[in-house]
Design a protein around this ligand. Structure first.
Ligand code: M6R
Length: 607
């Protein structure tokens, strides 16, 4: 989805904004643009459809320097993909970039046209430029102009605006992501729709609430000031100190962010228990352990939804709490039965997924408590939930979610353990910590035998289609495995409950189909029978299961052997990492754009 960046400071703003936009490429986009005030105090706008490189070529060899610049990567909603519809939009006095949708754009466009405003694009975003231009003519200050215009638009939006008279930048939002940051040493100030654009550049980060104006200006003592929509100073933002670590935004020795992120998992698993049992997370776990509820509604999208299916199993098995898991896009429009003592649990890497936020709002409106399992501190979900459990996965750049899934499931298990009273039981606590440590160790071992997985990928990548199957807790792993493969390798893959195949999909099985069969010790014999049904129909069998098992040896064309001992309820999470690697290597053989797969956006901020 669209990405926005603004910079103000002594370094060359154009370069910094282009670097920010480069980092936002992973979110998905189809055009890019920048606007800045050059040394002769002229307002410049450069925009191009296609990749960011097109924009860079368009900027050419001219070495533009500027102290303030705004930029945008557009994911088209209103108006086709072309240069005119790209952002920034400008009237030579003001330039703006926008993320979101102006829902009453058609009505406002007509009104503005009647008042003589000449549109240059088909976008809803330019409507806001029209509103600013009309207000400005009344002689209002720039802040007043923004306030008067912002109240007129409907829908969720974030804007970053450059005023050519002062070179000041203004940023504000309603129901859309926005983050600001400051580097107190070099006096750089940045704003963006995504903290990743700021990573390694700032040492203090701010998450403004809705309707707070961030003002980036040399005239501000602190360079960055916050205002309410009535013009008074605002304190409605979260702030956090950060270490400046440029490495977080780099792939290092890895060919793709996805591979880097898969490799980060052992360390992240280790630090999760440390954070929750010995660190800052303990307080949130303690608070959450006091929740009394007899029903939990889990809602999420995509990979986070599959994590929710595994978390439901924890609540049922360890807490005997009634729990439902639903796709947020469905839950929000059903008429779910919600009792005042129920609990809403929302899982999201970004904390900005439109459907998940809407499902959350539904629960809030029903007056129930809500908890998020979320990666992005300060995101909309984080701010709006009654309480939060951070998954501490760090920035996830690969569009295909890997480490976030693992951390979501593991955080969900800690939630269920806290409800079980594990925090007050040293022995149980130790057992769980040891189990997480064992998982981290096993993932380390798995990463050392990556070549075996690569070899299987080489054997199967050219087949026609893939069925990932599993039973019980391995069924969500099958679903997640198939999602991963289709999103990055662009091959047809389905996740199925192994016992369900013969109720229809088995008709598709022949010698051109691969069955990736996920099989743990639970329901082992029954799953073997399901695999046999596929083998009989000449499907290619890849099993992922316990090592040194003769039955698996006999039934498999390719057998990925794992040491599952001692992992108990964490086995599915472990096996899932094999699927991540398998998908990665199949995609690599297919030559796809692994970190930025076609048509996908990292954070889906529209429904
Ligand atoms: O940011 P969220 O966790 O809310 O995102 C939910 C889904 O959009 C996301 O998991 C998506 O399915 C991933 N691309 C899967 O790899």
């Amino acid at each position: 989805m669209c990405g926005i960046v603004g910079h103000f400071g002594p370094q060359n703003s154009v370069e910094i904004v282009l670097e920010g936009l480069k980092r936002l490429e992973y979110r998905g986009y189809d055009s890019a643009g920048v606007s800045f005030i050059d040394e002769k105090e002229n307002l410049n706008v450069f925009k191009k459809s296609g990749k960011l490189q097109n924009l860079k070529d368009h900027l050419g060899e001219v070495n533009f320097t500027a102290r303030s610049c705004i930029g945008h990567t557009r994911w088209a909603t209103h108006g086709e993909v072309n240069d005119e519809n790209s952002h920034p939009h400008s009237n030579n006095e003001i330039a703006l970039v926008h993320n979101g949708i102006i829902e009453n754009a058609t009505y406002l466009r007509k009104q503005l046209q009647d008042q003589g405003f000449k549109f240059q694009s088909e976008t809803d975003s330019e409507v806001f430029l029209g509103l600013l231009a009309v207000s400005r003519k009344k002689g209002l200050s720039f802040k007043e102009t923004i306030i008067e215009s912002f109240v007129q638009i409907e829908g969720n939006s974030a804007f970053v605006i450059l005023d050519s008279q002062t070179s000041d930048i203004f940023a504000f939002k309603r129901g859309a992501p926005l983050v600001a940051g400051i580097n107190e040493i070099s006096s750089e100030v940045l704003v963006s729709s995504d903290p990743y654009a700021l990573a390694g550049m700032v040492n203090k980060i701010y998450f403004p609430e809705d309707n707070v104006i961030c003002h980036l200006s040399a005239s501000n003592k602190n360079l960055l000031n916050f205002y309410e929509m009535d013009g008074t100073t605002s304190t409605r933002y979260l702030s956090k100190m950060l270490a400046i670590d440029a490495a977080v935004s780099e792939k290092g020795d890895f060919e793709h962010f996805m591979l880097k992120e898969i490799h980060e998992q052992p360390e992240l698993i280790r630090s999760l228990t440390q954070y929750y049992f010995d660190g800052e997370g303990l307080e949130s776990l303690k608070r959450i352990s006091k929740i009394e509820t007899s029903k939990i509604h889990i809602s999420a999208c995509g990979t986070a939804f599959y994590a929710g299916l595994l978390i439901r199993d924890f609540f049922e098995r360890f807490n005997r709490i009634n729990c439902t898991v639903e796709l947020a896009s469905e839950f929000r429009y059903r008429n779910p039965i919600i009792d005042s003592k129920d609990l809403g649990l929302f899982i999201s890497q970004s904390g900005e997924t439109a459907d998940t936020l809407a499902a959350h709002t539904l629960c809030k409106n029903e007056g129930i408590k809500t908890i998020s399992i979320v990666n992005t501190e300060g995101s909309t979900l984080y701010r709006e939930a009654t309480d939060n459990l951070l998954i501490r996965a760090g920035i996830e750049v690969g569009v295909a979610s890997t480490k976030a899934f693992t951390q979501q499931v593991l955080t969900g298990r800690l939630f269920s353990a806290a409800l079980e009273g594990v925090l007050n039981n040293e022995e149980e606590k130790k057992k769980l910590v040891n189990k997480y440590a064992l998982l981290a160790e096993r993932v380390d071992e798995l990463l050392l035998k990556i070549d075996e997985i690569k070899e299987v990928a080489e054997k199967i990548y050219n087949y026609n289609g893939f069925f990932f199957t599993g039973r019980g807790a391995y069924y969500p792993v099958a679903l997640e495995g198939a999602l991963k493969l289709k999103e990055i390798a662009y091959v047809h893959a389905e996740g199925y409950a192994a016992g369900e195949l013969k109720h229809g999909p088995i008709a598709l099985i022949d010698h051109r189909m691969v069955n990736v069969a996920i099989i743990g010790p639970e329901l082992f014999e029954k799953t073997i029978s399901n695999i046999s049904e596929i083998k009989t129909r000449k499907g290619i069998i890849v099993t992922i299961g316990e090592e040194n098992n003769s039955e698996l040896e006999n039934i498999s064309d390719y057998y990925i052997q794992l040491n599952l001992k001692g992992l108990d309820e964490l086995r599915p999470t472990y096996i899932n990492i094999v699927n991540q690697l398998l998908s990665y290597y199949i995609a690599k053989l297919k030559g796809t754009d692994i970190d930025k797969p076609r048509n996908l956006a990292k954070s889906v901020t529209v429904e």
